[in-house]
Design a protein around this ligand. Structure first.
Ligand SMILES: N[C@@H](CCC(=O)N[C@@H](CS)C(=O)NCC(=O)O)C(=O)O
Length: 292
């Protein structure tokens, strides 16, 4: 058992000097910290996001819709820099009281309305366009189950494993062990499933795959949390690797994953992809690991 000298006080108090990577922006309270309007473009959907795995869910979905010919799914994607605290501007928190990307304003009808939480945004778009979500059960229930599974498990990978392995001010053995175990268990769930079906919820690509792709892809390719792919023995998940490579091959996924990143800070039309300097980013997805 690891040694610990910490005894929790009777009442917790915020320690802003804890040294973690996000200590400067984290607070125990929610709500706007400054008055700041959001920009808006001309398209029916206004997305405020960042190219993290949660943000990529929505941009991959929009690009899949556009790829499939749903021209009504045109969107403006505005960058919200979470390290600078953009998520605490009054315009953003009015769209998402939880103060986290992604947040969407649907202006396609007479009365604009907000949708927040990446899973809710995927579901909203899937239902609105009748796309990547079967109408009938049991196929629909399977997609919803895997979508909610992804939403429930992601915080253990990011807020748990990623935080303690890469962002905490010191390497604490207990939480790294706990969340490494849980992250590997989550990969094992996906690997078992993908050993039986082509995609997470069956043999058809769905919003459940879009939800999970950013998270699983980043870890298995070696893009997330330093050397986490080696630490977590990502080579053990051959079925997940096969599935990530299949989605990497989709042009819409390659476009969606670069929106709201340093490569493409904002996206307002398809022409923005032609302007990307390194076009190889759009023709292939490079892996740092050799997980097969
Ligand atoms: N459950 C949320 C999680 C979103 C989330 O964690 N967003 C992170 C970036 S990936 C964020 O905005 N963090 C900023 C902060 O916590 O202040 C969703 O899936 O939409």
């Amino acid at each position: 058992m690891a040694d610990t000298t910490y005894t929790p006080p009777k009442v917790w108090a915020n320690d802003t000097e804890n040294g973690g990577a996000f200590a400067g922006i984290n607070r125990p309270t929610a709500g706007a910290r400054e008055d700041k309007e959001l920009p808006a473009g001309e398209h029916p959907f206004q997305l405020y996001s960042l190219g993290t795995p949660n943000g990529q869910k929505v941009t991959v979905m929009f690009e899949e819709l556009l790829e499939a010919g749903y021209s009504d799914a045109e969107y403006d994607a505005w960058m919200v820099n979470i390290r600078d605290g953009d998520q605490f501007g009054s315009g953003f928190t009015a769209l998402n009281p939880n103060g986290k990307i992604p947040a969407l304003e649907d202006r396609s009808g007479p009365t604009p309305f907000r949708v927040f939480e990446s899973g809710a945004i995927l579901l909203h778009l899937a239902e609105k366009f009748g796309f990547l979500l079967p109408r009938e059960n049991p196929a629909r229930a399977e997609v919803l189950s895997w979508l909610m599974w992804q939403m429930g498990t992601a915080p253990f990978i990011g807020g748990g494993f990623g935080h303690f392995y890469a962002y905490a001010p010191e390497k604490f053995e207990y939480p790294i062990n706990r969340y490494a175990m849980e992250t590997k268990r989550i990969f094992s769930v996906a690997d078992n499933q993908l050993g039986q079906t082509e995609y997470l919820a069956g043999n058809d690509y769905s919003i459940a795959d879009i939800a999970a792709y950013g998270w699983f892809g980043a870890l298995i390719r070696g893009d997330a949390y330093g050397d986490a792919a080696t630490f977590l023995s990502m080579h053990e998940y051959a079925n997940v690797a096969r599935w990530v490579r299949a989605i990497d091959a989709r042009p819409a996924a390659r476009r969606g994953r670069i929106v709201n990143t340093a490569t493409m800070r904002e996206r307002h039309s398809a022409a923005d992809f032609d302007a990307v300097e390194d076009q190889s980013l759009l023709s292939e997805v490079k892996w740092k690991t050799d997980a097969q």
